[in-house]
Write a protein that binds this ligand. Structure first.
Ligand code: SAM
Length: 212
């Protein structure tokens, strides 16, 4: 995602610690207390500008959502959305997905969403793909038994790679659509990238997989 550097972003995030949790390591094992309920926790890794987590939180008040985003300059836009929505069940973390296990206990996350993850098409960048086995290990460490990953993308190469990666890892494929917007899937919430690509006529691939 190309975004201008925003030197003021860190200060803005620091002004809203309730929404953009400043030291999430301190909340590890206590996210239920932080949200003030024992509802399931779903995370989106690579949340970008935050439309998905915010609209999912609005549509599903009995689920807690956390959007995880590496780029400070991007997550600050998600923060604006979250502030405007003013919902009790959505928060943001400005961290690298590689640090997931530093902020969540085993079983503390009930579902992982990956939406329009960066494709990193060159073979030498495979390890950066969020569906590479190293990341599947990390998700497994924070999910419960039979935890789920829900993944969608416009990128056919990344989708095929990810299906192979999930399969090689032993994940069970429980749902697949090769054209989400023409399928009977209900309740789809469009992400910023999804809207951009589908407006260009690109089809959207989606799958759900489960750890065994
Ligand atoms: N999910 C959003 C959407 O569908 O509109 C954003 C998609 S954008 C192509 C991918 C986002 O993932 C970028 O904002 C990028 O900074 C973030 N990202 C990439 N690798 C990450 C990582 N290791 N940890 C956290 N975020 C990451």
């Amino acid at each position: 995602m190309r975004t201008r550097n925003k030197p003021w972003a860190a200060e803005r995030l620091a002004d809203y610690p309730h929404y953009a949790v400043p030291v999430p390591e301190n909340v590890k094992g206590n996210w239920s207390e932080d949200f003030g309920n024992h509802n399931p926790l779903h995370i989106e890794v690579g949340t970008g500008k935050g439309r998905f987590v915010t609209e999912m939180a609005r549509a599903n008040p009995d689920v807690n959502y956390i959007g995880i985003e590496l780029s400070e300059s991007v997550i600050v836009t998600a923060l604006d959305r979250v502030i405007e929505a003013d919902l009790p069940n959505v928060k943001l973390l400005n961290i690298n997905a590689e640090d997931l296990t530093a902020v969540f206990e085993k079983g503390e996350v009930h579902r992982v969403y990956l939406n329009f993850s960066d494709p990193w098409p060159k073979n030498r960048h495979e390890k950066r793909r969020l569906t590479y086995k190293k990341f599947l290990d990390l998700y497994k460490t924070v999910l419960p038994e039979k935890g789920e990953i829900h993944f969608k993308t416009d990128n056919q190469g990344l989708f095929e790679y990810s299906l192979q990666s999930f399969s090689a890892y032993g994940l069970l494929l429980t749902y697949v659509s090769l054209d989400l917007h023409k399928s009977d899937f209900e309740g789809n919430i469009m992400t910023e990238y999804e809207e951009k690509f589908s407006n260009k006529g690109q089809r959207i691939y989606r799958c759900e997989v489960q750890y065994q």
